[in-house]
Design a protein around this ligand. Structure first.
Ligand code: AMP
Length: 192
């Protein structure tokens, strides 16, 4: 089984690369951002609560996100034809990383690696502004992008140290073409 976390700042290419990785290695792709946006589109109670956090560039509370992910794994792994999981945008706090250990155990899984996409800050802002022109996302505007980057440095970067201590952290240079970056990721996965 291959259970991967793909991590990195907003705009680092997590979603783009996850789509390529899941196809190549036949993994179940779970993006907590996508799961939240689906709740918002469905106008669920959870979606209504999540909406204001997302539009303000803040993280949704840990307990809420852990419940959503637990539910998503339970629902989707039933048709278990996958070779593992790719978690995109989770964990984003150390508390989520700690909870993930229990969650994976509960579902009979173990983490293989965290891949951290490293991209220059100016490039991140550029990519997100460009994406905002077509994404329709409430959080792809300059003011919210800056807040998301601050939150990333404060709350999400410490997650890297958590996995470094476990020897499961691999940094992937995230600058260059989509194919070049994907090539680096495949190399890292094949070394596992
Ligand atoms: P993303 O699509 O991964 O960029 O996520 C968009 C937004 O959803 C984030 O800025 C957060 O507000 C929220 N979100 C996604 N994943 C998480 C998470 N693991 N913990 C807390 N909030 C999250």
């Amino acid at each position: 089984m291959l259970n991967i976390i793909i991590c990195g700042a907003p705009g680092s290419g997590k979603g783009t690369q996850s789509a390529l990785i899941k196809d190549k290695y036949n993994l179940l792709h779970l993006s907590t951002g996508d799961l939240l946006r689906a709740e918002i589109a469905a106008k669920s109670d959870l979606g209504r609560v999540a909406e204001s956090y997302i539009a303000n560039g803040q993280l949704v509370p840990d307990s809420m996100i852990i419940d959503i992910l637990d539910k998503a794994i339970s629902e989707r792994e039933a048709a278990d034809t996958y070779n593992g999981l790719i978690l995109d945008g989770f964990p984003r706090t150390v508390a989520q990383a700690e909870a993930l250990e229990g969650l994976l155990k509960k579902h009979g899984k173990e983490l293989s690696v965290l891949l951290d996409l490293a991209v220059d800050e100016a490039e991140l802002v550029d990519r997100l502004i460009k994406r905002g022109q077509t994404s329709g996302r409430s959080d792809d505007n300059l003011e919210t992008i800056k807040k998301r980057l601050d939150v990333y440095h404060e709350k999400t970067e410490p997650v890297n140290d958590y996995y470094k201590k476990q020897g499961k952290y691999v940094a992937i240079p995230g600058m260059g073409s989509i194919d070049e970056i994907f090539g680096r990721i495949c190399e890292a996965i094949e070394k596992l």
